[in-house]
Design a protein around this ligand. Structure first.
Ligand code: PRT
Ligand code: ZN
Length: 286
């Protein structure tokens, strides 16, 4: 079978999570991590380790079939590639920030100002869309120091925790766009490679679902069973088994991480006892 060539970041914020995805999806990578190329022994893929900025072009040129990259990179420059799956890690946002001592009332602040950024494409579109007239100063790194050294009035950059802004005496005033790691693919992969890609995405989804769900087991008094089942409906419906002790049942279900504590509180109120919460290894969605 033809191997799907996948470009991932050699070393940086995307690397660990990208590799972890493959490991958790049961894809063995033979010749060690982070060489130039790694081939899987049990799935038709080959990983290429390169700089993140080069990934979209590799995919556009079909040197790689698919790649994992920060969405910000493909928003900045339009490549002939498509986003086939959102991966949910390396979340960040692109924002405008100004010196914290400045008063800020509206976007009009930026009229006539000089903004330093490594993302001139996204910034230009934002300024145009909002009818703002600012001067874009394109620099490739250490954008956050630009106002302090008098190079610009404001910056437009990636923000995650916000601590880089704070330590440079800046404040975030407008969020322009959110970003996360995405799986991109060449526009015409051909039938065989598309099948491998579908299978890969299917596995990634199972891994993601498993991460965001827990298996829950509890003992319920029979007179509260209906209400308890309503709180934890699970994938189809919970499994209910009688306990040896009369008047009690064991309930097994699946619970989403996001509503976890709310649900646990409700279950306790309804008289559930012996609640066990167990991690799920893989969750197959169909
Ligand atoms: O060497 P290579 O070119 O491959 O790597 P790189 O240095 O260009 O990229 P890398 O590894 O830093 O980032 C890869 C991707 O991670 C980016 O394209 C984003 O999609 C995503 N990402 C997520 C981030 C951040 N969070 C982030 N916080 N990329 C950069 N930052 C930087 C930001 O530039 C700023 O300097 O961290 C600082 C802000 O962080 P906070 O937490 O202080 O707000
Ligand atoms: Zn880079």
């Amino acid at each position: 079978m033809e191997k799907l060539k996948i470009a991932i970041q050699k070393s940086g914020r995307l690397s660990d999570n990208s590799l972890e995805l493959f490991t958790e999806a049961g894809i063995n990578l033979t010749n060690g991590n982070r060489r130039l190329i790694s081939v899987s022994s049990n799935f038709p893929v080959e990983l290429l380790f390169i700089r993140d900025d080069d990934i979209p072009q590799y995919v556009a040129d079909k040197v790689a079939d698919i790649g994992i990259v920060g969405e910000n990179v493909i928003l900045e420059k339009l490549y002939p590639v498509r986003v086939v799956h959102r991966l949910g890690f390396a979340r960040c946002r692109l924002s405008l920030a100004i010196p914290k001592s400045e008063d800020y009332f509206s976007r009009d602040y930026f009229n006539g100002k000089k903004i330093a950024t490594s993302y001139p494409g996204i910034l230009k579109k934002y300024l145009t869309d909002n009818h703002l007239n600012a001067d874009i100063h394109h620099i490739s790194g250490s954008v956050e120091i630009a106002p302090g050294i008098g190079l610009a009035d404001a910056i437009f950059d990636i923000v995650s925790s916000g601590s880089t802004l704070i330590s440079n005496g800046l404040k975030e005033v407008e969020k322009v766009v959110d970003s996360e790691a995405v799986l991109i693919a060449s526009n015409d992969l051909g039938e065989e490679k598309n099948k491998v890609l579908d299978n890969l995405i299917f596995r990634f989804k199972a891994v993601k679902a498993a991460h965001s769900n827990k298996y829950i087991v509890l003992n319920a008094p029979n007179d509260k069973l209906d209400q308890i089942i309503n709180v934890i409906p699970g994938m189809k419906s919970p499994t209910v088994m009688s306990l040896a002790l009369p008047g009690w049942s064991s309930v097994h279900s699946v619970l989403n991480e996001s509503e976890f504590w709310d649900v646990i509180d409700k279950l306790k109120e309804l008289g559930a006892q012996g609640i066990l919460v167990i991690p799920i290894e893989k969750m197959i969605l169909n």
